[in-house]
Design a protein around this ligand. Structure first.
Ligand SMILES: Nc1ncnc2c1ncn2[C@@H]1O[C@H](COP(=O)(O)OP(=O)(O)OP(=O)(O)O)[C@@H](O)[C@H]1O
Ligand SMILES: [Mg+2]
Length: 225
């Protein structure tokens, strides 16, 4: 295996409320290589989203270690994690990825602005990205004026704007019909193959998981197969 973008060692997550403890992630070892496309499937409640949050540093493990780009997340400061999020990896959710009072274009360049990039220098690349995702007609519209598929393509443009090495996706096609879902999956496959971006995608769809090069099945907080 080439260099790893993610290494997780025996990670666990327990939620505690009052005197009730729920073990949601129950000891997972995982290595994901540069440029890999991994799908995570499993029943509702099996811990898929929780795992994604742990791997991306959005939530802390109760036990075990996650290394993201070689950095132990336990030892990473908030600033370091925020910098990684601005420059190295993106996150795409099932829906509501976009800021509602910004246009699609403003949404796409938002991560660059947060990273204090000069937008003039990035204009050509962003315009190429907009062509690539076929959303030229969307750029001046607000999210609520876009279809679900258009919104997800804008969300992908935003995810790609920072030229990440890795994108986490939590059911990116979950709110789309079959045709739009397929379109987004074809794009993801292309993004993975042509741009060598590693993808870690949670999905309910067996057909969509088949686009990945590796499928992990989660059951009861563990990876089954
Ligand atoms: N913050 C929390 N506090 C307490 N329990 C939680 C919390 N977050 C998740 N859980 C519980 O952990 C379990 C796994 O949740 P998770 O969202 O990871 O499942 P999932 O596999 O993503 O499900 P779905 O396919 O429905 O999205 C669920 O039983 C859920 O109720
Ligand atoms: Mg989930």
């Amino acid at each position: 295996m080439g260099n790893c973008v993610i290494k997780a060692k025996n990670i666990k997550k327990t939620f505690e409320r009052a005197d009730v403890k729920t073990e949601v992630v129950r000891g997972i070892d995982l290595e994901i290589a540069e440029g890999e496309f991994v799908a995570i499937v499993g029943e509702s409640g099996s811990g898929k989203s929780t795992l994604l949050y742990l791997l991306s540093g959005s939530d802390k493990t109760s036990e075990g270690v996650v290394e993201l780009f070689g950095k132990n997340l336990e030892e990473a400061s908030d600033d370091e994690l925020a910098r990684m999020r601005r420059q190295m990896f993106s996150f795409v959710y099932q829906y509501d990825n976009l800021v509602s009072n910004l246009t699609a274009y403003e949404n796409i360049v938002l991560p660059l602005m947060l990273d204090k990039k000069n937008l003039k220098d990035e204009e050509e690349r962003i315009s190429e990205l907009i062509d690539y995702l076929n959303i030229k007609n969307c750029v001046d519209k607000f999210p609520k004026e876009l279809s679900g598929g258009e919104q997800q393509r804008v969300a992908l443009a935003r995810a790609l704007a920072i030229e990440p090495s890795l994108i986490f996706l939590d059911e990116p096609t979950g709110s789309l019909d079959t045709t739009m879902g397929k379109q987004v999956m074809e794009l993801l496959k292309d993004i993975n193959e042509k741009r060598n971006v590693a993808l870690v995608m949670v999905t309910h769809s067996k057909a969509h998981a088949a686009y990945a090069s590796r499928i992990l099945e989660m059951a009861d907080g563990k990876i089954a197969g």
